[in-house]
Design a binder for this molecule. Sequence first.
Ligand SMILES: [Zn+2]
Length: 122
Amino acid sequence: MEFFDGAVNKTKEVFETVSMKTSEVIATEKQKFEMSSLKAKREKDFTALGKIYFDIVKDDENASETVKVKVEDIKAKSAEIERLSKEIQSAKNKLICKNCGAGIAKNSVFCNICGAKVGEEE
Ligand SMILES: [Zn+2]
């Protein structure tokens, strides 16, 4: 019995050590998750603040050169994004019939103007 009690106590001790370490791990993982979640939220705040600031300085002649360069970078990228967006939109919606040249819906099987089959290959 003495041996058995000893073994039980030993097991209990090991269990307590393990469960303590597990809760420590859980706490650390929870903290890491909270931290990365906060970092992501802070990035969104920085971005939002940047947009507010952009609207304030975008036409400001007295802004510093560093700010003006960034404003021009953003304006150039915005123009390119708009151009690409229009290209994508028109490519999405249109397919040119090889037979009659009509603009038809991208997912058409047959041209709804001349009835020709619309496919990848002839
Ligand atoms: Zn056609």
